[in-house]
Design a protein around this ligand. Structure first.
Ligand SMILES: [Zn+2]
Ligand SMILES: [Zn+2]
Length: 387
């Protein structure tokens, strides 16, 4: 980190702790949005609000250049009750910054201030503070409100802290980096009755169990061995008593993949298996299948740019290639589908067994604040370098 930025760090840390104490769930980040917008306005940015309900875009122009860059930070929290016991822990019971979006926002705010004070670039900077990454696809909502038409970006970038990666490592991957995520609810419609008289009823539990087992063959028998996918039945609900056959059984699935072809195949096979299995038991199913975030696919040129910059910035020993993509998902996928760009991870491990993201004892590691903050400054200044 450039030593001249270190005097900004107390404020970045204070912002991070403030945000951590005041977490808000996706699309209700009203105070967070105010907090961010007020600071950016005071720094001299042109601030536009209301994209994706609570989203904020801060724009700064300098020089005569027409090149532009977008950097995105997400700022929503999760419905988790914090158990860290920190002196700056969440003041809102049941809501917590358990994914580090407080840190992402604090780093981009810190970078915003440094960028504005240095004005060492030629072109246009759009800083995108995005709501609802965890649930409602805030990235898509901001785009539906004209994000890229109103704020054209030659490329967009975003990072995520990763407590499972060694501290200070910049982790890149060209091509797919996060999976698409779809959800499916399968309801088996049986006919309930006395548990002692199964011959007179249609037992949706037996049928549901059979469907669950048959779903396991999709990954093993239908998808190409070299392609990747996950079909997880995360919930199975049926019945209340030992001597009652229930009327219906319900299961909830999460479905992950990387290519549109595999994604379509998974939906087709899930529907066919559920319907076919149920029919063999004389029952029917109701299938409610909904497509969520697309796979996040990084562009080559922008990923190369980041890798070179990170090597200069942090040294080759701190630059890593991600061996395989994550089966997690990320709504930055929508931005990368319409704009060149790249998404990467910044390793933030404190120990070898830090609580993972989305854990009630997870806490963003403040020690990476200087790294992330100054990397964004470097990226803007290098991407928009004047002649
Ligand atoms: Zn998360
Ligand atoms: Zn996250």
């Amino acid at each position: 980190m450039k030593s001249q930025f270190s005097n900004y760090m107390p404020e970045v840390v204070a912002n991070r702790h403030y945000l951590h104490q005041h977490p808000e769930i996706g699309l209700s980040e009203f105070k967070t949005s105010d907090f961010v917008a007020e600071q950016l306005g005071a720094m001299g940015y042109e601030v536009t609000r209301g994209l994706g309900k609570t989203g904020v875009v801060a724009t700064l122009r300098n020089g005569t250049g027409t090149r532009s860059i977008g950097i995105r930070a997400d700022f929503d929290a999760l419905p988790i009750h914090e158990e860290t016991g920190l002196d700056y822990q969440s003041k809102t019971p049941g809501v917590m910054h358990a994914c580090g979006h407080d840190g992402h926002t604090a780093m981009l705010l810190g970078a915003a201030k440094i960028i504005a004070e240095r004005k060492n670039f030629d072109g246009v900077v759009h800083l995108i503070f995005q709501p609802a990454e965890e649930n409602f696809g805030g990235a898509k909502l901001m785009m539906d409100d004209g994000l890229f038409e109103r704020f054209p970006c030659d490329a967009v970038f975003a990072l995520h802290n990763d407590p499972s990666m060694p501290f200070g490592k910049f982790v890149f991957r060209e091509g797919p980096i996060m999976a698409s995520v779809d959800e499916c609810r399968i309801t088996v419609n049986g006919r309930g009755g006395h548990g002692a008289e199964p011959q007179d009823n249609l037992d949706p539990i037996v049928c549901g169990a059979s469907i669950i087992m048959a779903l396991q063959t999709i990954a093993s028998r239908n998808v190409h061995p070299i392609d990747s996918c996950v079909v997880t039945v995360g919930a199975f609900h049926a019945g209340m008593a030992s001597n009652v056959i229930p009327e219906r059984a319900e299961m909830l699935l999460t479905i992950r993949s990387f290519s549109p072809r595999v994604r379509d195949l998974l939906e087709h096979r899930i529907r066919t298996i559920a319907e076919g299995q149920a029919a063999s038991y004389g029952m029917g199913v109701t299938i409610d299948y909904s497509r969520g975030y697309n796979a996040t696919v990084n562009h080559k040129a922008e990923t190369d740019f980041l890798r070179t910059l990170a090597t200069d910035f942090a040294g080759a020993e701190n630059v890593m290639e991600m061996e395989r993509p994550s089966m997690g998902s990320e709504d930055f996928a929508y931005m990368l589908a319409e704009s060149p760009g790249s998404y990467f991870f910044l390793g933030s491990a404190r120990t070898e067994s830090d609580p993972p993201l989305h854990h009630p004892r997870y806490d963003f590691n403040d020690d990476i604040l200087p790294l992330g903050t100054s990397f964004w400054v470097e990226l803007v200044e290098r991407w928009l370098a004047g002649k």
